[in-house]
Design a protein around this ligand. Structure first.
Ligand code: MN
Length: 323
């Protein structure tokens, strides 16, 4: 187990950076770590590249946790990354991040996603298998947790497991511990993770459903569709409708970029030992290039190809595996 040397961070400028469009897991992780640091009399700044999701904004407001947008990276000695470890999720901070001198600035990631060759922090010290980054923090810093930290940890767990769609015995033990030590009820945690779905997102779901094409590859039901925004959320919705694997593409013509969000049903995944990153996106990247990220059940690709070609390549790879 790695120990963080808090005295090393004292009197330094510390940034706790969430990923773009920060979710509760990312923002709660940063908030927990801020509490741990402040116990050690270390002040820190929480920031996001430019956006947070609805639940995180609501959470920050209710808990009175301040955060910056688009921070000046050059003014920090330590940059901790929460719930991500790839350049892709830096959003508009990406170019500024590439310019920082890693000899002067220490970059440390807390993350539970699959490590790639292109990962930012390759020390792997605070990266591991966990259902959420908050659960990972619980493992590393249990003895530094206070009442609020346990509550924030529960929020990250509930959100990132999709309300326990994926879990194991240890996760329920950790969650129960968080509830007990936070003094909160399950309903308190639930209310913070409630989906507030904006109207344009709901319209995107309906469009994705309307445009969905269904194919059966062997016994696997694959749904593909296209929407301009909310690809990842739409892909999750297509699983709810009954797909084993869903693939949703969208293109940004101005940027000449195509995005693909992939989702795999957790029961299907377990039964078939299927991993979206290893079994689909890595082979896709080999064929068409681009950047990939994510984990076994939720992953994304980004590149310059036409979306029809990308979906065709995916279907070719899946046919090779399942037919
Ligand atoms: Mn997460």
């Amino acid at each position: 187990m790695v120990e963080l040397n808090f005295s090393q961070i004292k009197k330094k400028n510390v940034l706790l950076l969430c990923h773009e469009n920060a979710d509760l897991d990312s923002f709660c992780s940063a908030s927990i770590f801020q509490r741990i640091l402040s116990k050690h009399k270390i002040t820190s700044t929480i920031a996001v590249p430019s956006h947070m999701n609805e639940q995180s904004i609501h959470f920050a407001f209710k808990e009175k946790i301040s955060f910056q947008k688009n921070p000046d990276l050059t003014s920090f000695d330590f940059i901790f990354l929460f719930d991500f470890n790839d350049f892709e999720q830096l959003g508009k901070l990406r170019s500024a991040f590439l310019k920082i001198n890693q000899k002067k600035v220490s970059v440390i990631s807390f993350d539970h996603h699959v490590i790639e060759k292109s990962s930012i922090d390759s020390s792997k010290s605070f990266i591991g298998r966990a259902f959420s980054t908050t659960q990972l923090l619980l493992r590393f810093f249990l003895h530094h947790f206070d009442k609020k930290s346990y509550f924030y940890c529960a929020l990250g767990i509930l959100e990132d497991t999709g309300h326990f769609i994926v879990a194991d015995k240890k996760l329920f033990e950790d969650f129960a511990l968080c509830l007990e030590r936070s003094g909160k009820e399950f309903s308190d945690v639930l209310s913070f993770t409630k989906q507030i779905v904006p109207r344009d997102e709901r319209i995107a779901f309906l469009k994705a459903a309307q445009r969905a094409e269904i194919s059966e590859i062997g016994s696997v039901i694959v749904a593909t569709s296209t929407v301009s925004f909310y690809q990842s959320q739409a892909a999750s919705k297509l699983l709810d409708f009954g797909a084993d694997i869903s693939l949703v593409c969208g293109c940004d013509e101005k940027l000449d970029t195509c995005f693909l969000s992939a989702r795999a049903d957790s029961v299907f995944k377990e039964k078939n030992k299927f991993n979206l990153v290893n079994d689909l996106l890595k082979p896709l990247q080999k064929r068409v290039g681009g950047e990939i990220g994510g984990h076994s059940g939720a992953a994304q690709w980004k590149g310059t190809h036409d979306y029809l070609q990308v979906l065709q390549e995916c279907s070719f790879i899946l046919k090779k595996k399942f037919q």
